[in-house]
Design a protein around this ligand. Structure first.
Ligand code: HEM
Ligand SMILES: [Ca+2]
Ligand SMILES: [Ca+2]
Length: 302
């Protein structure tokens, strides 16, 4: 049976509220949590579908792949799961907890509240080798990104809309510092001409003038980093998209129109978000007797 809204209404009526409260208290303590949860769902859904495969721990799992090194938020999912195992043992899947948590993270930061179906089952397969071919690299062209999105049943418009997730959260300098270089005299040369020169100078400073320090992070959306709003599209138009893959959206007419539309209308962005987020949250879901309901999110059942 396909996932449906309110799947746990009979078996665990408090499921959604328990996840929401967990996300809220974790985010109150640490404002970087919402961005982490949203990215965690994206990276789960694109590899083996939205099945919590990214949560499995161990050698050679997705989580161990370099493409997922900076993915985080696991502890929040684990604590929601622990609570749910007390209230409704062996009932609520980790895949649903993750999807609900990402949904709630967006709402927590001021984004639209979206109804999403539940009933996803947890996968038992998690292989590092599946990460690279399925996760988009910042160096991708628009066509390369669109191709991967199409493969997941998502359109070019979904790509523009879901990239709006970069209105919150952070990035490590290594994810964008190949777009400019610092010469020995301290001058910043922009290699990727789609990046604003002044912004590149600012970024260089924030990244400690190019020193290799993997711990430094920069806000994806410098203006409103903790607010889920349409600011991302405004900065794209100012050539201040942080990643090459963000800038790619304003270099092509197939995506430019949506960027302008969303920059001018937060309501328009939010309406599209509701549709595209729902599509993302059910990519490749396992249902019925596929997969299992994990008892602990980092481990498959025995
Ligand atoms: C379309 C291609 C995309 C590319 C190339 C991309 C790439 C990246 C990169 C490189 C980072 C920074 C990682 C780091 O250095 O720590 C990042 C962060 C982030 N991405 Fe994306 N992303 C894409 C799409 C998406 C989508 C579809 C979503 C969600 C709907 C999303 C949500 C986020 C969030 C929330 C963060 C911040 C994570 C944090 O604060 O820890 N991204 N993305
Ligand atoms: Ca997955
Ligand atoms: Ca923002």
């Amino acid at each position: 049976s396909a996932p449906s809204v309110g799947f746990y209404a009979g078996s665990c009526p408090a499921a959604e509220i328990i996840v929401k409260n967990t996300v809220r208290s974790a985010s109150d303590l640490d404002p970087t949590i919402p961005g982490k949860l949203l990215r965690l769902l994206f990276h789960d859904c694109f590899v083996e579908g939205c099945d919590a495969s990214i949560l499995l721990q161990g050698n050679g799992t997705e989580r161990s792949d370099p493409g997922n090194t900076s993915v985080d938020g696991f502890a929040v999912i684990d604590s929601a799961k622990r609570l749910l195992e007390i209230f409704c043992p062996e009932t609520v899947s980790c895949a649903d907890i993750l999807a609900l948590a990402a949904r709630d993270a967006v709402e927590y930061t001021g984004g639209p509240s979206v109804q999403i179906p539940t009933g996803r089952r947890d996968g038992r397969i998690s292989a590092a080798a599946n990460v690279r071919p399925n996760i988009i690299d910042t160096s991708f062209t628009l066509d390369e990104m669109a191709k991967l999105f199409f493969a997941k049943g998502l359109s070019m418009d979904d790509l523009v809309t879901l990239s709006g997730g970069h209105t919150i959260g952070k990035s490590h300098c290594s994810s964008f510092n190949d777009r400019f270089k610092l010469d020995p005299d301290g001058n910043v040369t922009v290699i990727d001409s789609s990046l604003d020169q002044q912004y590149a100078v600012q970024l260089t400073k924030m990244c400690h003038a190019g020193a290799r320090d993997d711990s430094i992070t920069v806000n994806n959306d410098p203006g409103t980093p903790f607010q889920f709003d349409n600011q991302y599209y405004k900065i794209l138009l100012e050539h201040k998209g942080l990643f090459q893959s963000d800038s790619a959206l304003v270099k092509d007419n197939r995506t430019m129109n949506k960027v302008v539309e969303f920059a001018n209308s937060q309501d328009g962005f939010f309406e599209s978000w509701a549709v595209s987020f729902l599509k993302l949250s059910i990519v490749g879901v396992k249902t019925g007797d596929e997969g299992e309901i994990r008892q602990s999110c980092p481990m498959p059942n025995r």
